[in-house]
Design a protein around this ligand. Structure first.
Ligand code: NZQ
Ligand code: ZN
Length: 390
């Protein structure tokens, strides 16, 4: 751990089959007007909506609703939500859903009292919340696992007109005050969403792991998280209602992106930039945009971080190094990851997400270039990765 850092994560977690009871402890801490935010209706079908609203009533809250948050929440929906929160004088925002609902709720929470256009300020200019801007506190009941949004300050918003999907990682004041994590709430997820979430978790870990050269405890934790994810994901794809597997994955997802394993690391995030460009143009499912470009990306940067790729092959995938060159070991590691990705049923090509050849120059333009990983990409590199991922 060669770097200097500050670690603080203020989100309180309630985990397990009775986690929702945590609402009874948390809700009394906040004002009467609660804005209940949710997505396209899955919570009404699987009964979570009824359970949550019953508890809100029991706690004496006046409930206002903001439903219809779409996957990859749009800036237009954000403007609508800000107005809704202002109209009902929301004291508290309860997000019930996946990363999209949680990200959106955070964006609303920092925009209600913001004097400027939140898209321009937070997502184009990457400015922080002004000190005198009152943030509406957010709590989360998570129904989809993957993003880590339940315990971080991230918020990703899509602007379709500008063909930009941009994430801003805010500070501790924007983290959810608490999150309710009941693995059973994720059982009704369609398999496509479930496995997309699995790769989102893997990608979050890889984005942080593949950076830096020092001996860092964060990397040992990352390897453990990846091994747990690989093990449990194989069980969960065969039996999605295996509580043990789904609960391990839920916990892994949270720790994969709650700042812990970024400590002392520069971190990369280029795969997410490639994936977000695809998302901006196609609105495809986040985790699948990452799976479809990851192998082409990692094969390209492997020579620049060879030692780490060898370690990844040995410690995460159990590749035996005996009698092999470093390059062979590293390649076998990525091949093992590819087999796992195919076994759990991920999308492996961007053409399967609706990308066509003529869209590639636009995708390159929408891809932000990061400098924390093993290679700073050029626009030619980005085009090559997209072409190889077709
Ligand atoms: O809208 P409903 O009807 O609820 O359906 C959702 C949605 O269609 C469905 N779903 C969720 N829970 C369910 C369920 N269906 C049945 N049963 C349940 N229990 O699943 C679909 C996808 O939900 P969504 O919230 O969009 O998925 P996810 O959690 O993957 O969130 C994706 C968003 O998070 C951003 C992504 O870019 C994307 O916009 N990210 C946020 C991050 C962060 N805050 O740190 C980091 C990530 O890298 C990511 O970028
Ligand atoms: Zn992600």
């Amino acid at each position: 751990m060669l770097g200097n850092f500050t670690f603080c994560n203020p989100t309180k977690l309630y985990f397990g089959k009775v986690a929702l009871d945590g609402l009874k402890e948390e809700l009394p801490k906040y004002g009467k007007n609660v804005l209940l935010v949710y997505g396209g209706g899955s919570i009404k079908k699987n009964g979570i909506y009824d359970k949550v609203t019953a508890l809100l009533k029991e706690c004496g809250k006046t409930v206002y609703e903001d439903g219809g948050v779409m996957p990859n929440p749009s800036v237009d929906k954000l403007y609508e939500g800000i107005q809704r929160a202002r109209d009902c004088k929301a004291d508290f925002i309860l997000a019930v859903g996946g990363g999209s609902v949680c990200d959106y709720s955070k964006a609303v929470s920092i925009s209600v009292n913001c004097k400027e256009d939140p898209w321009d300020k937070y997502f184009l200019r990457f400015e922080d919340v002004d000190p005198d801007c009152k943030i509406i506190p957010v709590g989360c009941v998570l129904t989809m696992v993957g993003t880590g949004s339940e315990m971080n300050g991230g918020s990703v918003i899509t602007n379709h007109a500008q063909k930009l999907k941009i994430g801003h990682v805010f500070g501790e004041n924007v983290f959810p005050k608490f999150s309710i994590l009941n693995p059973e709430f994720t059982f009704t997820l369609p398999k496509y969403q479930m496995t997309a979430g699995f790769f989102d978790i893997m990608s979050h870990i890889l984005e942080q792991y593949f950076s830096g050269e020092d001996d860092n405890t964060s990397d040992y934790i990352a390897e453990g998280l990846m091994r747990s994810l690989i093990h449990s994901s194989e069980i969960a794809v065969k039996n999605p209602v295996d509580y043990e597997a789904r609960s391990n994955i839920m916990w892994t997802a949270t720790w994969a992106l709650n700042t812990l394993i970024a400590m002392g690391k520069t971190t990369d995030w280029e795969v997410h930039m490639l994936g977000q460009a695809i998302g901006a143009h196609t609105d495809a499912t986040h985790g699948m945009t990452l799976s479809a470009v990851s192998l082409a990306y990692y094969r390209m940067i492997m020579p620049y971080g060879l030692k780490k790729f060898v370690r990844f092959a040995k410690n995460v995938w159990g590749v035996s190094p005996a009698g092999k060159t470093d390059e062979t070991i590293a390649k076998e590691g990525l091949a093992a990851m590819e087999s796992w990705m195919r076994r759990i049923g991920l999308v492996m090509n961007i053409s399967d997400l609706g990308v066509t050849e003529d869209m590639l120059p636009g995708l390159v333009k929408s891809t932000l270039i990061m400098d924390g990983g093993y290679k700073v990409l050029t626009e030619e590199d980005i085009l090559k990765i997209f072409k190889e991922s077709m």
